[in-house]
Design a protein around this ligand. Structure first.
Ligand SMILES: [Mg+2]
Length: 310
């Protein structure tokens, strides 16, 4: 749920200010580190978890959770590699923070968990918007968050690249081939300059690792393009276990502890009565269901059946 973005971030971190426009680099390297993309992806996850638990349905209720979570995580990790954008850094330490009309790619790079934790495309879009609004309330910022979260949702529920492409294009993004974009592509921290590039890298990829390599090879804001592409690629391909293990070497103990919450999340989904896609052989429900709707649940009430899909 979060390692796709985190791996893309860690791998891309050493190329942010030193672009490398080819795919033949060492995936992990001693210069790699987690950056703000990792910290804020975890923050958004934490906020969503509490919002789901409390059942908040209106923005005014949910807003404070997003603000608190981002400020808490950001203040605990004030100096990740590459730092934070100036406006966001000011916002992080402001006790009365206000949105600052940003259309930076920060809204899209942190939204990964939203694409996983909500059960319909409409809900994913709603909470993606809410996750962006406390800082990135410019229409392009909101659009960036919604399109990436929606792409993640479609990747994990339909596994259909054509659908994902069409969905992202419905936001008005023009998707051009990586080979067309790459030569002239420069450092660009806007949503509109980052999201279509990251999505295209995913669409052209052949595997999770290939997606990350393709994303980094585009240049630009490498850690963030890596995080966005990685978050969609994870939902589509899954992640080879060895890449997660390797990535964990670049994360501090405290973050690793926090990341164990992926397991908690699965338990949470269960307890909130929201579960994943049923893969029971005989169950006719092939869409998102609750355990009550699963016809085989009585026979096999084993959470691992659902975990397998997650
Ligand atoms: Mg970063």
């Amino acid at each position: 749920m979060l390692y796709g973005a985190i791996i893309g971030d860690v791998v891309g971190s050493r190329f942010e200010f030193n672009n490398y426009k080819k795919k033949d680099f060492d995936l992990f390297h001693y210069n790699c580190s987690y950056t703000d993309d990792t910290i804020m992806s975890i923050a958004i996850y934490d906020a969503c978890r509490l919002i789901k638990k409390e059942g908040y349905e209106v923005y005014e209720q949910a807003e404070q959770f997003f603000i608190n979570s981002m400020q808490t995580w950001g203040r605990n990790y004030p100096n990740p590699k590459g730092g934070y954008g100036n406006s966001f850094y000011y916002w992080l330490f402001n006790d009365n923070p206000k949105p600052y009309n940003s259309f930076g790619n920060g809204a899209a790079m942190r939204v990964s968990a939203v694409g996983w934790m909500f059960d319909t495309l409409e809900e994913v879009e709603k909470y993606a918007k809410w996750s962006a609004k406390p800082t990135h309330n410019h229409p392009e910022g909101i659009k960036g968050a919604q399109s990436v979260a929606g792409a993640i949702f479609l990747a994990r529920t339909t596994h259909d690249k054509k659908k994902i492409k069409k969905y992202v294009e419905s936001y008005g993004y023009k998707l051009k081939s990586c080979n067309f974009i790459r030569p002239g592509y420069q450092f660009d921290v806007t949503c509109q300059g980052t999201v279509p590039v990251a999505v295209e890298a995913f669409l052209e990829s052949k595997s999770f690792e290939d997606a990350i390599r393709l994303a980094i090879s585009m240049g630009g804001d490498s850690d963030t393009i890596g995080a966005i592409t990685g978050s969609i690629a994870e939902a589509y391909y899954g992640i080879p276990e060895e890449l997660i293990t390797e990535c964990q070497k670049y994360l501090p103990e405290e973050l690793l502890e926090k990341l164990k919450f992926e397991a908690d999340y699965k338990a949470d989904m269960w307890s909130y009565n929201k579960c994943a896609i049923c893969i029971h052989k005989n169950c006719p429900n092939k869409d998102i269901i609750t355990k009550e709707k699963c016809l085989d649940f009585e026979k096999e009430p084993n959470i691992s059946i659902f975990e397998e899909y997650l």
